[in-house]
Write a protein that binds this ligand. Structure first.
Ligand SMILES: [Zn+2]
Ligand SMILES: [Zn+2]
Length: 391
């Protein structure tokens, strides 16, 4: 078996788009017919590959395959042979699961870009009709939820069919310019400036800097990235960065002072600031920079400075759990235990002999953690710090 027409992938093309073009260039009736024929052929080559390429275009990307992802890769390599294309060029189009995590969010990577998996669109892919007229393929960034405007044509992507008003998805209709109902797609929406700014950033080489921030913002503000207003709210918030964050933290600090019930050295950090540290981890970039966490640390450094240790406990004497201490120290919970054992961090209550500290028990003073953090502030860039050496 061999394809007569050798369809070449565009470097920024989505894998689904390429497979669809490969099928139609070779006169198949869409991807599903091609997949049906390939299914049998793949089994003949290698019995392990039964079902390695799904019949549905929307399930074809490598990250969907989970445990079977190595078979999916093997199947795509064979497909590349049939198409007479370098396998690396096809595999480069796929999103694959990454070991990196944005806080507790799973990540996928494609070439140099690592994003939170939740930013990939699942049930619809909007399109730029002008782009499709120029070259008939779908670039990968149309699959990103925050990408809503074409950065080349300054027009909103078309999201709905003008006839049946359903969300459009070329993977379901198996056609770039047609809805599943068979109608031609048209564009009409008004340009949104914030959408244009975000789209330009996502299509640029600095997209890595923004994807974690987008997921972080969606989490802490409880707004869906797909909401019409998401990008505008996001751009507004970061136009006054970091004051926007500082103001929110100040509000929490003042509320804690007003509503104080227990002495601050017996008050849990989480009861005042919630999950601010844990959530901030989502804002990471894959090269481990985190501008949200940096600002949070700056904030608490100032808080500790402006509330020196005194006879009466103050807001800087709150107690942290091991997990939050690890986030502020940019290290692991194991390292925090070690710092405790070696006497760098004291426990807020007297421990029983052989008592194990639990990650969720609030035992470390914010003041001490921040002072220790400052002691290592010179160690930039922020990689996971090893506190063992040089002592
Ligand atoms: Zn366009
Ligand atoms: Zn339709």
């Amino acid at each position: 078996m061999h394809f007569l027409v050798q369809t070449k992938p565009y470097p920024d093309e989505a894998l689904e788009s390429y497979l669809l073009r490969l099928a139609s260039d070779n006169s198949y009736d869409g991807y599903s017919e091609l997949a049906d024929i390939l299914w049998q052929w793949l089994v003949e080559q290698d019995h392990e590959l039964e079902g390695a390429l799904p019949l549905e275009l929307s399930k074809v990307d490598v990250y969907h395959a989970r445990q079977a992802s190595s078979f999916r890769i093997r199947a795509l390599k064979l497909l590349a042979q049939l198409a007479d294309v370098n396998a690396g060029n096809i595999l480069a189009l796929a999103w694959r699961r990454s070991n990196f995590k944005f806080g507790n969010l799973a990540a996928v990577s494609r070439n140099e870009l690592t994003i939170p998996l939740e930013l990939l669109r699942t049930d619809n892919i909007p399109v730029c009709i002008e782009c499709l007229f120029e070259s008939s393929y779908v670039p990968f960034y149309w699959h990103l939820k925050p990408y809503k405007t074409c950065h080349k044509h300054k027009t909103q992507l078309t999201t709905h069919c003008g006839e049946c008003h359903e969300l459009i998805d070329y993977r379901a209709s198996e056609a770039f310019l047609e809805c599943g109902c068979g109608c031609k797609l048209t564009s009409s929406e008004q340009l949104n400036d914030a959408d244009f700014k975000i789209a330009s950033a996502l299509a640029s080489s600095s997209s890595q800097k923004i994807v974690g921030l987008i997921s972080w913002f969606a989490k802490v503000k409880q707004i869906d990235v797909s909401d019409l207003d998401f990008n505008r709210t996001f751009v507004e918030y970061f136009s006054t960065w970091p004051e926007s964050l500082t103001a929110e933290l100040n509000l929490l600090t003042n509320n804690a002072r007003l509503k104080q019930l227990n002495p601050f050295n017996k008050t849990k950090f989480n009861s005042v600031y919630g999950n601010v540290n844990c959530d901030a981890q989502i804002a990471a970039t894959s090269n481990r920079k985190n501008k949200v966490l940096d600002e949070i640390i700056n904030y608490f450094v100032e808080l500790v400075d402006s509330n020196p240790k005194a006879k009466h406990p103050n807001i800087a004497d709150l107690v942290l759990c091991t997990f939050d201490a690890a986030v502020l120290l940019n290290t692991t919970t194991e390292q925090v235990y070690r710092l405790h054992q070696e006497g760098f961090l004291t426990c807020a209550y007297p421990q029983k002999k052989h008592e194990q500290l639990r990650a969720d028990s609030h035992v470390f003073y914010l003041r001490q953690v921040i002072e220790l953090q400052q002691a290592f502030a010179a160690e930039k860039p922020q990689t996971k710090k090893q506190f063992i050496a040089p002592w």
